[in-house]
Structure formats: C-alpha cells, structure tokens
Unconditional design. Structure first.
Length: 430
C-alpha cells in the first residue's frame, strides 16, 4: 500500500540545518527508498530568512510556532540550539503529534528526562543521536547493541574545538589564544567559545552518555567540569618531553559506590588509544562487562558530519512512523548515588619548585604519606640553588591531594607548585 508523503518541519538553517535541508532535497529518492515512503520538507523556521541557492525560498517562515503546531507534520527536526524557544517548540510539536529529532545537547542534558515523558505521553519519539559526537554513532549502540550488557565506564574526547586547540598547541608550540584564533578562522570554534573551552559543552554530552549508559537520572549540577584556558605552552612541552599529550577528557564511571561524571584536562601516554584522537575528531572508549573495551572514533563537529547523525535519526523515526511503532523511550531511572569529585580517585602529577638542599625530598614525600597518597614516581631536575620535583601519584582522591597541597604550601622549602594535572594510564586511570 502506498503511503502518503511524510511531512518534515525544520527549525533552524545554520551550518547543520542548511546541510540537512540540502540533503532532504538532493537525496529525496534515496532516503525514500530507505524509509519506504517519500518525504516532503514543508517548512523551515528561521529568525531571518536567508535562503541558500539549494533551498526553495517559499519554505522559509519566521513563525516557528505556527509551523510546529500546524497538525500535519510527522517529524520536526530542531537544529536551533539553546534552551528557549527550542524547548517550547519541541513540546508544542510533540503535543501536536509530531516526533522530534534534535541535535540540542544542552537541552537534552538539562531536560531530557522530562522531554522523554512528554514524548511518551503523546505517543511520539524523541531522537538525538546528533547531540553527542557528531557523525559518530554512539547513542544508538548504548541504547540498543549494549542494552543486554553492563556498561562500567565511558571515557573520551567529546569536544572537537578543545581537541583541535590542544593539538595545534602541541604541533606549533603556540599559546592557547593563538590556537583558539586559528580554530575560529577555520570554523572549528564559535565567535564565543566559552561553552567549549570551559568544558561545559563536554559536560552536557557526558551527562547524556551517563544517563544512557547507567539508566540513572543526572542533571548538569551532578557533573564536575574544568576547561583548558589555563593550559599553556610549558604544560604542552612538559607533556611532550615525557612522551605524553594533554587532552580534555570526559569520564563516566559506575562503581559499587555510585556513579561519577566529570570533564577535565588529563595527561595521557602517547600510546593511549585516546592520545591518537587528532584535530577536531572525537573518540570515545566504552568499557562493558561482557563486550570489553569498544572504541568509537570519527568526525565530531561540522554541518556535514552532524547532519549525517540527524538524517540517521530521521530515517529511523520515519520508518517507525510508517509502521505505527514508537522507538524506545528512556526507561525509568535508577536512583544511583552520585559521587562528587572529592570522592573520585585518579592519578595526579605535580611539579614543585623547591630549595635544592638535603632533606627536602624526604619532607615532600612525607607530606604525601601523611594524607594517605601513595607515590608512583619522583623525579628531580636541578636548577642551581633550586630544583624541580616532578611527582606522580597512584590513585588518590581530589580531597586527599588538596590536603597534601595545603601542607606543602606551608613548607619554607617549597617555593611553589608550578603544575598539577590528572593522569590517565594506558588502559584507564583506575
């Protein structure tokens, strides 16, 4: 039986929206064959119409609410970004009977559980593969392929902007600002890069991943995050001299004590799988009880890459629309305890400027012992009347390390702590 065309409404016509609109037109026949019915893009809501040469100007409207509530849409694709008016428009679309595909990581991280409940109430779908890691298929494997397994941990590079910046700093020996300027010129960074360089963007993505992996309800306030603005050429050079690289890493962990989600710079050995994630690419390691370690790697940003994930969701949602099926909704969340950063154990590396005299090394190492922090390595580099101690620890909590730093700062022999960074081993930091 021939089905009527499935009607699609698009919110936003930026880098991802314009590429999605172009593909819906240029690849209409191919997409129809995969779906089992033809599709029709019936409207594009924008603030200011700026039709491209590949898009019918008659499709554009500035009345987004009228578009999503017209009542005959099968799917609304939200690519505006931000919390409002995106949330209100998505809710209005679902209340009007349309399923929703979105790439809005901030909104899903903030309000994903509630949006799932609204979708379930109205018998429609909410799909957001494009919200994390661009073209890299990650959410669907977590939700489907690994549904029968027990995911223990996810770790990875989930922000292409910061990865490009750190990669360029390592390649050319330049400053953070110089690398950021280059990223902006190439379109890898926004004019206002705060969400990326502060770690907030990565934190939103890790919130989404943790919810799917651990079936637990997490909010942005449960995620500890730090950015990369304090990373300088000396940090990069020091890492390179020790055959390591610095990456902004997101980690979700499940232990017997609960779950932890965090984003911060880390020192990685050069032969670690994530150390090879270059430029604006993303790379995520998933560690599951039965499947073991799985690596997902690919283009994590850009209109073309992200539209690939958007279209993948669109095809699946449209197929379900034809059969009357509704894709899996977020299951009821387990109320797992959330561990704060003070409770999370990681390895650390500290560089201390100390007076070069007998007995200093024993004083410093004793301070670590006082607070139960075990040392893995201690290396001394002479600097005339001063010396630099580079200390690497075994697993220790942030709270224990903070207590060590407080004590070290009281020593006359310690002139200053010049560098402190968390470390990841070749397999993990556990």
């Amino acid at each position: 039986m021939k089905h009527r065309p499935l009607r699609i409404g698009l919110l936003g016509h930026g880098a991802v929206g314009s590429e999605t609109a172009r593909a819906l037109t240029a690849r209409r026949g191919e997409l129809a064959a995969r779906i089992g019915a033809s599709i029709e893009l019936v409207g594009i809501a924008v603030r200011t119409p700026r039709p491209g040469r590949d898009t019918d100007p008659d499709l554009f409207t500035t009345d987004a609410e009228q578009l999503v509530t017209r009542g005959d849409l099968d799917v609304v694709v939200e690519l505006m970004g931000g919390i409002e008016p995106a949330r209100s428009l998505i809710v209005a679309a679902m209340e009007s009977g349309a399923s929703v595909v979105t790439a809005n990581k901030a909104l899903i991280a903030d309000d994903g559980a509630d949006l799932h409940r609204i979708a379930h109430k109205h018998g429609v779908e909410l799909a957001y593969e494009a919200a994390v890691a661009g073209a890299v298929p990650l959410l669907r494997p977590l939700r489907q392929s690994l549904a029968g397994d027990r995911v223990r941990r996810l770790s990875g590079v989930v922000n292409g902007t910061t990865n490009f910046i750190l990669d360029r700093m390592a390649a050319i020996g330049g400053t953070f600002q110089a690398a950021l300027n280059e990223a902006q010129q190439l379109g890898y960074a926004e004019a206002d890069p705060t969400a990326d360089v502060s770690g907030a963007d990565a934190a939103a993505k890790m919130t989404i991943l943790a919810r799917l992996a651990f079936d637990t309800d997490l909010g942005p306030g449960d995620v500890h995050y730090e950015g990369i603005t304090h990373i300088g050429p000396a940090d990069i050079s020091h890492a390179a001299a020790n055959d390591s690289v610095i990456k902004l890493i997101g980690i979700c962990d499940r232990t017997a004590d609960g779950v932890s989600v965090r984003v911060h710079p880390m020192l990685l050995p050069r032969d670690h799988a994530l150390a090879g994630v270059r430029g604006s690419y993303n790379g995520i390691l998933v560690e599951a009880e039965a499947a073991g370690q799985l690596m997902f790697h690919g283009q994590g940003a850009g209109g073309l890459a992200t539209s690939s994930a958007v279209l993948g969701d669109l095809v699946e949602v449209c197929r379900n629309r034809l059969t009357g099926a509704v894709g899996a909704h977020q299951p009821p969340a387990q109320l797992l305890p959330v561990r704060t950063m003070d409770q999370v154990a990681t390895r650390h590396q500290l560089s201390l400027l100390v007076t070069d005299r007998p007995g200093v090394l024993s004083e410093v190492t004793a301070a670590f012992g006082h607070h139960g922090v075990s040392l893995a390595t201690v290396r001394q580099e002479g600097l005339g009347s001063e010396a630099q101690l580079v200390v690497s620890t075994h697993l220790a909590t942030d709270a224990a390390l903070a207590a060590v730093v407080t004590e070290l700062n009281t020593f006359e022999s310690v002139r200053g702590i010049t560098r402190s960074i968390r470390m990841m081993g070749r397999e993990s930091d556990r």
